[in-house]
Design a protein around this ligand. Structure first.
Ligand SMILES: Nc1nc2c(ncn2[C@@H]2O[C@H](COP(=O)(O)OP(=O)(O)OP(=O)(O)O)[C@@H](O)[C@H]2O)c(=O)[nH]1
Length: 322
């Protein structure tokens, strides 16, 4: 598997500058970074700044990668050459909805050769939470990060750096506060481990399972230690009562930010339905996919910063009994 790294941060927070330091560090540790840059207007400008530091760089101009340029990003990643020691680094534009992007990259079926995304957020030490109506977006961009890097420490005093750290804690930004060297060392470790996982998967080929969810290993938990996002796939009963299942989705724990899957109802046993639950305020939605969809096993996929597996299993077993 190839590690997938996503660099997020408000407009001008220092993403490209950070990459200028990170890429040589990675190279010196034997990692081969390949970069995809998304930016408004001309991503080639940032790409140009980084060309000297990486063997491969692609630029995606236009809308945000989590919405408008989504297909371009996915097809860029699908054509990624998974050579040993490589790592994919996506620099997002300054207004990216990190949660939406991470969710999309985690669920995209064509990207199974990548690990779940590891998000690194750049925090402008000078401007953090001084952006008025953009403060919320700035916080959101940091919330799901595995690593938080505070930029412009050279132009603020130590007191301000401490204030920013304290504010990050207050806003429940749980990523590790890191610098270039820490991030590079961590990513080198992830690359080494990912290549061991790939080797093991090759050895196990032939057991007939989807290896990310291989039942023979006794788990169906697609979890990545290096990311604050994890996902889990749980089997659902063959048939469920629609009202009970809807109540279960409405009452999902706050940690689950997204749920989707396939379900069959006692009321219409011939039909399969895809269910979608976006956040805790929106009602669950059901879309018929007919009598013979490609996947014919009722299942639920949950994604969030922390997955309360026991509570989810418990919830499923309770409505199964009713
Ligand atoms: N003094 C100082 N300047 C910085 C630092 N990081 C970035 N800058 C400057 O801030 C400006 C924007 O930095 P970039 O690295 O281009 O920021 P970005 O997040 O990639 O910008 P967008 O892609 O437009 O969102 C540049 O002029 C950088 O030189 C830092 O740690 N210290």
């Amino acid at each position: 598997m190839t590690p997938l790294v996503v660099i997020v941060g408000f407009l001008g927070s220092g993403k490209t500058t950070f990459l200028k330091s990170l890429l040589p560090e990675l190279k010196s540790q034997g990692v081969a970074p390949k970069v995809i840059i998304n930016d408004y207007q001309n991503a080639g400008v940032d790409a140009e700044q980084l060309r000297a530091f990486t063997e491969e760089i692609r630029a995606i101009s236009g809308d945000c990668v989590c919405c408008g340029s989504r297909e371009e990003l996915v097809s860029s990643l699908e054509s990624f050459q998974h050579t040993p020691g490589s790592i994919a680094v996506v620099e997002t534009n300054g207004t990216t909805d990190a949660e939406q992007l991470i969710e999309m990259l985690s669920l995209e079926p064509g990207l199974e050769k990548f690990t779940l995304p590891i998000q690194i957020s750049l925090i402008d030490g000078k401007r953090w939470q001084k952006r008025f109506w953009h403060n919320a977006l700035e916080r959101e961009q940091a919330r799901t990060a595995a690593h938080v890097v505070i930029s412009r420490q050279d132009v603020v005093d130590a007191k301000r750096v401490e204030e920013v750290k304290e504010s990050l804690r207050e806003h429940k930004v749980r990523g590790q506060i890191s610098d270039v060297a820490t991030v590079a060392a961590e990513l080198a470790r992830v690359v080494a481990r990912a290549s061991i996982v790939s080797a093991r998967l090759v050895e196990k080929a032939g057991c007939g399972c989807d290896h990310d969810h291989c039942e023979h290993e006794g788990h169906s938990h697609h979890h990545h230690q290096d990311s604050h996002f994890s996902s889990i796939e749980l089997a659902l009963p063959e048939l469920v009562k629609k009202s009970d299942f809807s109540a279960f989705l409405r009452g999902l724990p706050d940690e689950v930010i997204r749920a989707k899957g396939l379900v069959r109802f006692i009321e219409e046993p011939e039909e399969f339905f895809v269910f979608q639950k976006v956040d805790r305020f929106e009602e669950p939605q059901f879309f018929s996919v007919g009598k013979e969809p490609t996947v014919r096993v009722p299942l639920a996929l949950f994604i969030g910063p922390e997955i309360p597996e026991d509570r989810l299993r418990d919830g499923i077993s309770r409505f199964s009994e009713s």
